[in-house]
Ligand binder design. Structure first.
Ligand SMILES: Cc1ncc(C[n+]2csc(CCOP(=O)(O)OP(=O)(O)O)c2C)c(N)n1
Length: 362
């Protein structure tokens, strides 16, 4: 298993990737931002200010490390647990909250489930709710890039639960046969809702599954951002240069529950969670940066406070944005609205208006 930074922040200079101090600090800022984003998301949902949330605490190194390897021409197919991928691609923080709130500023006009990212300007293809469907979409986009002679790469991230779906196998097979420029990044966070990985597969690892499809599979420490970056960079370079796909299995842990509708205490022990908290990717990377003299504890603390203040301000601003107009329910499907939809829309708007008026009268 590839590892660059050990749990205590010590590292092996022989395997360190070539990243400037500026890049390392940026990565840290992204990691801290995602941690804060998760704290706020959970808190807002519990206060009833958003309807639903899925946190990705503990998986920050995966999100940031893998996306940091992409360029503007590449395509990202993130999981709902990858808000960090959106940020690294350049999506503003305000757009993430617009998506979660489903307000009228949201790119998807509130039509997607919260945390199901879809940001066309940043080449982030919509999260498909049926897990693993997007692996086929990623392979298709990668195939198209190859067919057109473009140099772009598609990076798809997913949980280990997705590897039990037929789509995973179809995608891997097609990618292997046609050597499509795609990177499959599996965030093995040990659980698919309540199902532990030992009941997900009888294979000795997820990575080994690549062998059957004729390409390389690598296992890495998913709580070590530099290992994630290094392995993904190598896979992206291979894909871009015509070498075909790679499957990366990043070993990590979902510190929180599956979603705000789940209680993880029912199916896993507090001891297990505590053990994984000791392997916190953020603590590890912070120790590394301090060991290298790139940041001090005080500077790190200041960065956290700044991120917190900025995010609080953004959330308050975005909460003032109204929901999309009801009439938008009928738009963006047909270029010319058929008569029966127009009739339905008119009737709906008339009834909605009546409901509003009755409510007002009461
Ligand atoms: C095809 C399909 N089956 C079931 C579900 C319900 N479901 C949503 S998330 C999830 C677990 C996914 O686990 P994993 O792929 O390991 O990702 P993780 O949530 O751990 O990041 C399930 C079963 C779904 N969305 N799609």
């Amino acid at each position: 298993m590839l590892q660059v930074i050990k749990a205590d922040g010590e590292f092996d200079p022989k395997v360190e990737p070539d990243l400037s101090h500026e890049d390392l600090l940026k990565m840290q800022r992204y990691m801290l931002t995602v941690r804060k984003f998760n704290e706020k998301g959970m808190s807002l949902q519990r206060q009833g200010r958003i309807g639903f949330f899925m946190e990705s605490t503990g998986q920050e190194a995966c999100q940031i490390g893998m996306s940091y390897t992409l360029t503007a021409i590449d395509w990202a197919f993130p999981s709902y647990r990858d808000p960090g991928t959106c940020l690294v691609r350049g999506v503003p923080m305000s757009a993430l909250w617009d998506q979660i709130m489903g307000n009228s500023a949201d790119e998807s006009k509130g039509r997607q489930m919260p945390v199901h990212w879809s940001f066309k300007p940043w080449k982030i293809v919509s999260v498909a709710s049926p897990i693993s469907d997007k692996l086929l979409h990623a392979v298709g986009v990668a195939y198209a890039a190859k067919y057109r002679g473009e140099k772009s790469v598609a990076l798809a991230s997913f949980g280990e639960g997705a590897t039990s779906q037929g789509e995973f196998h179809s995608a891997m097979n097609f990618a292997g046969v046609y050597k499509t420029p795609v990177v499959f990044f599996c965030e093995n966070n040990q659980y698919a809702i309540s199902l532990p990985v030992r009941r997900q597969t009888a294979s000795e690892s997820i990575a080994i599954k690549a062998e059957a499809y004729g390409f390389e599979g690598v296992q890495i420490d998913g709580n070590d951002i530099l290992a994630v970056y290094k392995a993904t960079k190598s896979a992206v370079d291979t894909a871009r240069s015509g070498g075909g796909p790679t499957l990366i299995e990043a070993i990590t842990y979902r510190i929180g529950a599956h979603s705000t509708s789940d209680d993880a205490n029912i199916y896993r022990s507090a001891e297990e969670v505590e053990m994984w908290k000791k392997r916190d990717p953020l603590v590890r990377f912070t120790k590394y940066l301090i060991n290298k003299g790139i940041i001090s504890e005080q500077e790190n603390e200041k960065m956290i406070q700044q991120i917190d203040a900025d995010m609080t301000k953004v959330i308050k601003e975005r909460e003032l944005i109204p929901p999309p107009a009801k009439s938008t329910l009928f738009t963006d499907v047909y270029s010319e609205m058929p008569w029966h939809i127009r009739e339905e829309a008119e009737e709906f708007m008339r009834d909605e208006g009546d409901v509003g008026a009755k409510k007002g009268e009461e």
